[in-house]
Ligand binder design. Structure first.
Ligand code: ADP
Ligand code: ZN
Ligand code: ZN
Length: 842
């Protein structure tokens, strides 16, 4: 076998396989070869195989193919009538078998190509996000008799003798079920017999995920400072460090061993050298073991009922913006919209923000739909992935809940897509390519499979709002606008008090808690109620510096300081970079002057909990942030603890804003809104409005009325005023005016060209050169060029970054630059990526 690396230009030129049913000339052509995506860690690109004459393969079929010395799962991507000229037929091996056919809907491959096209990237890059590796690998291929009883009276005499042998062996066994491998060992030539029986429809072939017993605790490996040791590491050890780096600095030990094909001895040596830390960590698979009491559909409020009626009346592709204030019962509308979809035998896809995928949310879906619910996201463990994949393979009606990448969940029979909190920026992938937005992809997908798409939010993104309010005669049709203007059971939205922290200071209050907040916190316990304290944390708010010499611990790879991380008393104290994830053990002394007085500054959650302990020692607090929820299952554990009343106050960051629906929470406090208000980004106001409204919306969701206190040094800021009055529309109007003046979306579109290189001069020169090529074309092509400019943090992960921004008009055809031509202008050590519709301008 020889592999051929995937070439994007080639694939886009070949006809789309998804259209093979439509295109007759294509259907009747004879294909003797197939390009497949093999499911094997480390296998890059597409591989070409020959089709045996008696095997019919279609794009999207799941196959088994020989790969090296193993047999692995594979997905047929392209059928080829001719072999590429550089590939001699003698080097091409044959496809073994078709495991499952018709699983991927025909439109699936059209979607992937559309994503590659729009986001200026290769199909392979899209496939990598869409179908994470390890989906099929190491599963057992099994066969089983289809209808044991129905076959009893059937005469097998028309079958070949080998097929008869296979059949009688299967019939002799109670379940009529064996692994493919076992039958191959027992019966010479079993393959042929099996294929014959498959064709006759007497047996079926399927993949059985490995059933492993998992311990509750597993060893996890975390990368810590290694750069100073690099010289002393063997090439093998360096490979392991690099693999860890690529995986984000954190892996299960067993996964690392497998990934690097190394022994645990080698890894232990690295731990002894201080490059990595190995610690046991809890695992939780598919949140199994948690039993959820089933619930019944709730009687809808008139607003909910009206929204549901509109949604269920839709047939085929349509978009809906469900604009419901916090606590208006959007989730209940989703649940009742999904029920008839399942009854029709179709499935539903529910996309939620990264931090919205809380156990509470999945529980609500499980309570309604039980085992039909599965969770799908990129951080799934191998076991979870198998379970999910297997459930999807079954094709039975189901509900898949997942984050961004789940928009690609290869779910057949899709009847409804829901994007909850559609305004959330985690739906956009910043890097690596494809820099797709799940909302955009969901729109295409809904259109392709001809089903409705619901976009839900209390604070819709300005883009979605504008399109829902626009003229309906556009293509694709603008979203229907449905509103849930009040909370269920006529509960009021909580009153919001804005406290001017400048006055607090003038009046002698030197703490980070205003007097109003202190009083409210004291009352919590008296009344047996609970509260949430929100802290907006920026990456470098907890830097470590030396009290003697002023030395600040910086990231060796980026132009930022390291943040202090400490989860609990016994845990190793770590310093971590929020940009490249570089992790180091907190040094016992100042590396500069050896003073032992290294102190961390800033007001992270940890500092706030310490301050609380000082001022309100009786208040029981729980920290809820990326430190305390790093381990799997800790989300659930912390929320359960809080819901059970083990604490009075939950102190945390952005994670608190979504998906938390606890009726006993009456108080929400925001420590300093200012961090949100003054970010150098044209979307800063929109994000601040969304975050503050969402976090305020956690209060008063039960029978007791809620109260919100926002502390700020800019009480007159228009965002703060709009949040305080719960005024979405006036805020959007003001914001739209500003955007128009500055010519930013939604009045136009953006494309960001990102350059990066380890060489600071090369990247600057390249960015300037490409800007110089683009600048003269502006008037003719219809775009406007900004830059080149260095990124606001110039160096990240040892790479220097520059960018060029293109502003594209909305309603006029624009001639986009030829990206490949631009790429060819980049020297080998400078990389260029295109971010279409970027959310973050670096
Ligand atoms: P949202 O997602 O809009 O913030 P939720 O769906 O979380 O709101 O609903 C808020 C609370 O109201 C939840 O506890 C939910 O169970 C409850 N709820 C929703 N709809 C109804 C209804 N029709 N009757 C009674 N309670 C409801
Ligand atoms: Zn010092
Ligand atoms: Zn860094």
């Amino acid at each position: 076998m020889r592999s051929r690396m995937f070439d994007s230009s080639l694939s886009l030129a070949t006809p789309l396989l998804a259209e093979s049913g439509i295109n007759d000339s294509y259907r009747f052509a004879t294909f003797s070869w197939v390009e497949v995506l093999v499911d094997c860690p480390g296998a890059q690109g597409l591989f070409t195989y020959a089709l045996p004459p008696d095997l019919t393969v279609q794009a999207g079929d799941i196959l088994t193919v020989p790969f090296g010395a193993q047999q692995v799962g594979a997905i047929a991507i392209h059928l080829l009538a001719q072999l590429p000229p550089d590939l001699p037929p003698t080097q091409v091996r044959e496809v073994e078998e078709v495991v499952s056919t018709g699983f991927f809907p025909a439109t699936y491959w059209t979607l992937l190509n559309q994503v590659a096209d729009y986001y200026c990237t290769s199909l392979m890059a899209v496939i990598r996000v869409a179908l994470p590796p390890g989906l099929l690998g190491r599963s057992q291929r099994r066969v089983r008799l289809i209808e044991l009883k129905a076959l009893d009276g059937i005469d097998p005499s028309g079958l070949s003798s080998v097929a008869q042998q296979v059949l009688s062996r299967l019939q002799a066994q109670k379940q009529g079920n064996y692994t493919w491998q076992y039958l191959q060992q027992k019966i010479p030539g079993a393959d042929r017999g099996l294929r014959e029986l498959l064709k006759q429809g007497w047996i079926e072939s399927y993949l059985e995920p490995p059933a492993t017993v998992r311990p509750k605790l597993r060893q996890a490996v975390t990368l810590v400072a290694a750069s100073h040791l690099e010289g002393s590491l063997s090439p093998r050890q360096q490979e392991i460090i690099q693999a860890l780096q690529r995986e984000g600095g954190d892996l299960w030990l067993s996964d690392l061993l497998q990934l690097c094909r190394t022994s645990s001895g080698t890894v232990q040596t690295l731990a002894k050298k201080g490059c990595i830390v190995i610690q046991p960590r809890e695992i939780l698979r598919a949140e199994a073991g948690v039993t959820i009491a089933p619930d019944q559909p709730k009687e809808l409020t008139p607003d909910q009922a009206q929204a549901l009626a509109t949604i269920t009346s839709l047939s085929g592709f349509a978009q809906v913006l469900l604009h419901g204030v916090t606590g208006s019962g959007k989730t209940e509308v989703y649940l009742q919209a999904i029920a008839p979809v399942l009854q029709r035998g179709q499935s539903a896809l529910v996309l939620v923000p990264e931090i919205g995928l809380t156990p509470q949310l999945t529980d609500r879906f499980r309570a309604r739909f039980g085992s039909k619910v599965c969770v799908y996201h990129s951080a799934l463990s191998e076991g979870e992935r198998y379970d999910t994949w297997r459930q999807m393979l079954s094709g039975s009606p189901q509900v898949v809940i997942g984050t961004r990448s789940a928009v690609f969940a290869p779910l057949p029979q899709l009847g409804l897509i829901i994007l909850d909190e559609e305004h959330d920026s985690s739906f956009k992938q910043d890097q690596p390519a494809p820099c797709y937005h799940a909302r955009t992809v969901a729109q295409w997908r809904a259109e392709l499979v001809n089903c409705p798409l619901i976009l839900g939010s209390a604070t819709p993104s300005i883009e979605t709002w504008v399109s829902a309010k626009s003229n309906q005669d556009v293509n694709p049709p603008a979203p229907h606008y449905l509103s849930l203007p009040s909370r269920v059971r006529s509960r009021p939205l909580p009153p919001i008090e804005v406290v001017d922290m400048r006055q607090e200071f003038q009046q002698g209050n030197r703490t980070i808690f205003s007097r109003a907040l202190q009083v409210a916190l004291e009352r919590l316990q008296e009344r047996g109620q609970q509260g949430i304290l929100f802290i907006h944390r920026r990456g470098h708010s907890t830097f470590v510096s030396c009290r003697s010499c002023g030395y600040v611990v910086d990231c060796p790879n980026c132009d930022v300081s390291l943040s202090y991380h400490h989860t609990h008393a016994e845990a190793t104290q770590l310093l971590r970079c929020h940009y490249c994830n570089h992790t180091a053990i907190h040094p016992p002394q100042c590396p500069e002057c050896s003073s032992p007085y290294l102190k961390f500054f800033g007001s992270g959650t940890q500092r706030v909990t310490q301050e609380l302990a000082k001022h309100l020692p009786d208040l029981r607090c729980l920290r809820f942030d990326s430190d305390t929820t790093r381990t799997k299952g800790s989300h659930r554990a912390l929320l359960t603890q809080f819901a059970q009343g083990d604490a009075d106050l939950l102190v945390g960051t952005q994670m608190l804003t979504k998906g938390i629906d606890l009726p006993q929470v009456t108080l929400v406090g925001v420590i300093a809104a200012d961090g949100l208000l003054h970010l150098p980004d044209f979307r800063a106001s929109e994000r601040a409005f969304q975050t503050l409204t969402q976090v305020a919306g956690r209060a008063g969701r039960g029978d007791e009325p809620g109260q919100v206190i926002i502390q700020t040094y800019s009480p007159e800021h228009f965002v703060v005023e709009a949040v305080q009055r719960h005024e979405y529309e006036p805020f959007v109007s003001a914001e739209l005016l500003q955007r128009q003046t500055l010519r930013f979306p939604p009045h136009n579109r953006l494309a960001l060209l990102k350059f990066s290189s380890p060489d600071p001069l090369a990247v600057q020169k390249t960015a300037k050169r490409i800007a110089a090529v683009l600048a003269p074309q502006q008037a003719e092509s219809g775009y406007e060029l900004l830059g080149p400019a260095p990124a606001s943090i110039l160096r990240v992960a040892r790479r220097y970054r520059w960018q060029v921004l293109l502003k594209l008009p909305l309603n006029r055809a624009v001639e986009l630059p030829d990206w490949n031509e631009l790429r060819s202008l980049c020297p080998p050590n400078v990389s260029m990526t295109v971010d279409v519709d970027p959310l973050n301008l670096l």
